[in-house]
Ligand binder design. Structure first.
Ligand SMILES: [Zn+2]
Ligand SMILES: [Zn+2]
Ligand SMILES: [Zn+2]
Length: 313
């Protein structure tokens, strides 16, 4: 006969499970944050090293995450919000999306704890998607969200440590968001063109558990590094692609594809290059280098912004 204590524990567990699934029914992404798995006939749950699970429904992070998903009632499938998915396809759409997200969720973007909580949830959901073999597409989009938050946090922390009043005076949150997008875009493109291997690697590197270790090792054996030509969208071995010498982000299968892309790429290229330079500048330790770069950067920023404004007139 089970002891009273154990019976009580069981009842409590059952209740907790009811609550869990009630939540999941209502807010479907929550069901993907923690997921039991079978191992050696035992049911295990790994939180992948992330402690922040299930913020209260009114929590800003909850609202932020909720916007990234939709639930297909008919198919009973959780889907990544299409708008979020499509934003990752190009520089301009991504900039627009991120600025909109900042306007809707300023506390999540600005608060260190909230950012971490949001990233933890995205990393847990992405890992569970990969672990359960639900296709890497959803996980890839969630990785984009993490990359943007990471880049924003990185630039903010550098800016905080620079302590340069003249620079801070010329800097606003839009500059920070712009630079975050520029510097995240190369990783986002790598993930988009890199098949499962790149996505699994992204999550594996950010976990403190070994949940994806075997999967990553397997994907490394199975897949070579590949990339997508930005013009013809065909997939090639990464080492066979030509990389734009200016921004080092645009990639093409041939000189034909590269010159065909130039008309569209030249604007984007300036911004991407600026992003790369700014991040390099923010991370340098040398005072004089920083001073020279700062002046150059502000000049360049102004030149590009006014050129862009002229074009739109
Ligand atoms: Zn884990
Ligand atoms: Zn091509
Ligand atoms: Zn370029």
């Amino acid at each position: 006969m089970p002891s009273r204590k154990r019976a009580k524990g069981k009842a409590r567990k059952a209740k907790a499970a009811d609550r869990h699934w009630a939540n999941v029914e209502q807010y479907h992404w929550k069901g993907w944050v923690l997921w039991d798995k079978e191992e050696n006939n035992k049911s295990l749950t790994c939180n992948h090293g992330h402690n922040t699970i299930y913020p209260a429904d009114s929590h800003p992070v909850y609202q932020f995450i909720d916007k990234l998903f939709v639930f297909d009632e008919k198919e009973r499938h959780l889907l990544v919000n299409e708008e979020f998915e499509r934003a990752g396809e190009g520089l301009w759409s991504l900039l627009e999306y991120v600025k909109q997200s900042y306007a809707n969720h300023p506390t999540v973007w600005n608060n260190v704890e909230h950012r971490k909580m949001a990233m933890d949830i995205l990393l847990s959901i992405g890992t569970n998607i990969l672990e359960r073999g639900a296709g890497s597409g959803g996980a890839r989009v969630l990785a984009n969200g993490c990359l943007l938050l990471e880049a924003f946090a990185f630039i903010q922390s550098k800016l905080d440590s620079v302590n340069d009043p003249a620079l801070i005076a010329t800097w606003d949150v839009n500059t920070n968001l712009d630079l975050a997008v520029y510097s995240a875009l190369s990783s986002i493109r790598d993930l988009a063109g890199g098949k499962d291997r790149a996505v699994i690697r992204f999550f594996h590197k950010r976990l403190s558990c070994d949940c994806l270790k075997a999967k990553y090792a397997q994907s490394k054996r199975m897949e070579q590094k590949i990339g997508v030509c930005n013009t013809c969208r065909q997939t090639y071995l990464r080492m066979d692609l030509k990389i734009c010498g200016v921004c080092r982000i645009g990639q093409y299968c041939s000189s034909e594809c590269q010159s065909q892309a130039w008309k569209d790429h030249q604007d984007e290229c300036k911004f991407l290059n600026l992003g790369r330079e700014s991040v390099a500048w923010l991370t340098t330790q040398e005072e004089d280098v920083r001073e020279v770069r700062r002046t150059k950067l502000i000049m360049k920023c102004n030149a590009i912004v006014s050129a862009k404004a002229k074009e739109q007139q």
